[in-house]
Design a protein around this ligand. Structure first.
Ligand code: CU
Length: 732
């Protein structure tokens, strides 16, 4: 039983703002030059109690991060201690999952989620939580994503890279738990947080988030800015509590016939800043640098100072803005950051200024926040100190490269799936596709592409793309209703069982494109895509610091291979949406992309291929009929690389150690990239699939590579004669 704590019963501004501690690295130096080669850390993901509510209220059981901090002690907190990163010096983090007790929040096993015990999706009637589904509650899968980081995909903490305590169970994309962050990008406010498939909302809500401040010793603006005690990172998170101090997360879904516990927009009734409910910050009469981060699951904030005072925004998600922007209010969606200067030098000692919030929740169609509770964030109290004049910044803070598209644009939709009679949505989708559908976002390294996002839902979705910082081009009203109708007559109702046929937005646009807000005209990794609007993002798959015109399709300038590893994702950063299908894989490819629209499919019977395939085989050859090449010839006579997917049924036989054969059928879709050198190809060539081959995917789908899922015996697989593989080829 829950006994909710009335938010109005919590005294405000009794708590004081705490700046998170800073992790202390082990510094690895070059023995001959003493140059710093890397900063290394071990960070434990762990459970403990922390005083979130004001003194006198009970402590709260939370999850957070633990490691050695600057005073040399081992410390755990939520938000976790801050990483202080230096541009040019890589950071290595050994992430350790120490969560050995079951999850304390309601894991909804009807979502497509990490599911470490591989339990079948429960059918209604569902069990109430608690106890929920014990095999879903334990063990707890976690992985950690550095939000905004330019990193190789095996250090990206993607949703399938999770691992349980002791790494006893690992996700299909798990490669390692020691991550490397190159820190080559521009100095900015990054943050790290939990990212495991289908339970990110619960793990972040439980406390798994922290700051990662990247600084550049060669930057000319940073030394001018308030620093030390005058630079305050602020993460805003809404929470709800029980009277016993425990966190309260809904355990009845908005659509409980489909998902027993999942809600589409978690909204707390209490505001927490840096792990303290409604805190106060005593400030001197001078300028402060506040690095805001919205770390909430789904709540947007429109922040104002209660005395009407303006402030200066100097940075966005990915670094300094080109010019400082003076604002009296700032709207931040989940995961957006804003680097802001606030000047208290003209305030009288004793002045109290509250940061207020009037963003509708859910945004933008929901309710206005209660001015007595979620309408207030935190308070500043001005101390009796000598007034210090604020620093005057140069008019140009940052030279931001202009991005020039050099490949065709991609039109993508944001969809909601609901039944007429249902009280809430069933799921949310990107481009009508589920998370597990074949990869359709395959940007070529070095290319610059416009993503045209047509939002055909009623909500604003903060869209986040991993690996890169991008730029917002424009937003424009469009006839979303007519577009939705036409899109559905073209594609059918989502979720689609076939590749999306894109519908150009051109004929639906209304009025003129709207320029990004002044404080959005910089590097972004998370952008608001509003309802009834088309939002255009310009993505360049090149490191941030490459200047205008310095990139080209096929040229990799990252200090790592972005095509390596399990790949990246893009998703809505409303965590409740992200957890229920509003996320898609994204794989950076090296070769030219032919088109994103599969045009031709042919069915190929894999004949007579009954050899045993050893489990560890990475490359495999399927001898095929000539049909494949005939089809390729028709659509792309010259091209050498084809991105496609193999659809539907693959039958294989598992041969157990004792010789017993078991027939299995996998009905799923497998993305693949096949490299065919047309110049050398003969009609009777075999068809080679390399890299993350379809066969590897088959093995991965059996959960344990080379191990029988039930008996744990080592097994080999063979394809049987009747396999039908459908190959879709993208038109040149
Ligand atoms: Cu969303």
């Amino acid at each position: 039983m829950t006994h909710p704590l009335d938010p109005r019963s919590i005294p405000k501004y009794v708590n004081q703002v705490e700046v998170p501690s800073v992790f202390k690295p082990t510094i690895v130096r070059d023995p001959s030059t003493n140059e710093e080669l890397s900063h290394n850390y071990t960070v434990f993901i762990t459970a403990f109690k922390q005083q979130l509510l004001p003194p006198g209220f009970p402590e709260t059981f939370v999850w957070g991060y633990e490691g050695i901090i600057e005073d040399g002690s081992c410390f755990s907190s939520t938000p976790g201690p801050t990483f202080e990163a230096v541009r040019g010096i890589p950071i290595n983090v050994q992430w350790v999952n120490n969560l050995t007790d079951p999850h304390f929040l309601p894991v909804d096993p009807t979502l497509h989620w990490a599911n470490p015990n591989n339990i079948p999706t429960p059918e209604p009637p569902f069990q109430p939580f608690p106890p929920g589904y014990p095999l879903a509650q334990s063990p707890v899968p976690v992985t950690t994503h550095l939000h905004g980081g330019e990193v190789r995909s095996d250090s990206d903490g993607g949703p399938d890279s999770w691992f349980t305590a002791g790494e006893e169970k690992t996700g299909p994309a798990f490669i390692q738990s020691r991550y490397t962050y190159p820190n080559q990008q521009e100095p900015t406010t990054l943050w790290y947080h939990a990212h495991a498939l289908g339970i990110t909302r619960l793990n972040v809500f439980a406390g798994l988030a922290g700051f990662y401040l990247l600084r550049d010793p060669n930057n000319i603006i940073e030394p001018l800015l308030p620093s030390g005690p005058f630079e305050i990172p602020i993460v805003i998170q809404d929470r709800s509590f029980n009277k016993d101090g425990s966190l309260l997360f809904p355990n009845i879904g908005v659509n409980p016939d489909a998902h027993p516990y999942w809600v589409n927009d978690f909204l707390g009734d209490v505001i927490m800043v840096n792990g303290k409910v409604w805190p106060n910050l005593n400030v001197e009469r001078r300028q402060y640098r506040i690095r805001f981060n919205n770390g909430s699951n789904s709540r947007f904030y429109n922040l104002k100072l209660s005395n009407g005072q303006s402030f200066m925004q100097i940075g966005s998600d990915g670094g300094f803005l080109r010019c400082p922007v003076e604002l009296t209010e700032i709207l931040i969606a989940p995961a957006e950051r804003a680097d802001v200067l606030i000047d208290f030098s003209k305030q009288d000692p004793g002045t109290k200024i509250i940061i207020t919030n009037d963003a509708f929740a859910p945004f933008p169609g929901g309710d206005r926040p209660d001015p007595e509770t979620t309408g207030q964030i935190m308070q500043f109290t001005v101390l009796d100190t000598p007034s210090e004049k604020p620093v005057i910044l140069p008019p140009i803070l940052n030279e931001i490269p202009q991005l020039i598209p050099d490949v065709p644009k991609q039109t993508l939709t944001l969809n909601v799936v609901r039944e007429e009679t249902d009280p809430g949505p069933i799921e949310l989708l990107l481009d009508g596709q589920k998370w597990a559908s074949p990869i359709s976002e395959l940007p070529q390294v070095g290319s610059t592409v416009d993503w045209v996002l047509a939002n055909i839902t009623a909500a604003t979705h903060p869209i986040h793309v991993h690996l890169i910082q991008f730029q917002l081009v424009s937003r424009q009203l469009f006839d979303a209703e007519r577009y939705l109708a036409d899109w559905e007559s073209l594609n059918g109702k989502p979720p689609l069982q076939h590749p999306t046929i894109p519908l150009d937005v051109e004929d639906y646009l209304i009025g003129k494109p709207i320029e990004p807000d002044l404080n959005e005209q910089g590097w972004k990794d998370t952008v608001r895509a509003n309802p009834n609007e088309v939002t255009i993002l310009r993505l360049r798959f090149t490191p941030q610091n490459v200047e205008t015109g310095g990139s080209k399709p096929g040229l990799n300038q990252f200090p790592f291979d972005p095509t390596f590893g399990p790949g990246y994702v893009w998703h809505c950063h409303i965590l409740d949406h992200e957890d229920n299908e509003m996320m898609r894989p994204m794989k950076v490819v090296s070769g030219p992309i032919i088109d994103n629209n599969p045009q031709t499919c042919c069915e190929v019977v894999v004949e007579g291929n009954t050899q045993l395939i050893p489990p560890a085989l990475n490359n495999a050859t399927i001898s095929s009929s000539n049909q494949i090449f005939a089809e390729i010839e028709k659509v792309c006579p010259e091209k050498v690389i084809i991105n496609g997917f193999i659809q539907k049924t693959i039958t294989y036989t598992a041969v157990l150690d004792n010789g017993v054969e078991e027939e299995n059928i996998i009905t799923d879709d497998f993305p693949f990239q096949c490299i065919i050198n047309r110049e050398d190809a003969n009609e009777d060539d075999s068809f080679t699939i390399t890299g993350s081959s379809v066969l590897c995917e088959v093995f991965a789908k059996t959960q344990n590579f080379g191990t029988h899922p039930v008996t744990n015996e080592q097994v080999a697989y063979k394809f049987v004669g009747k396999d039908i593989i459908k190959i879709c080829i993208r038109k040149s």
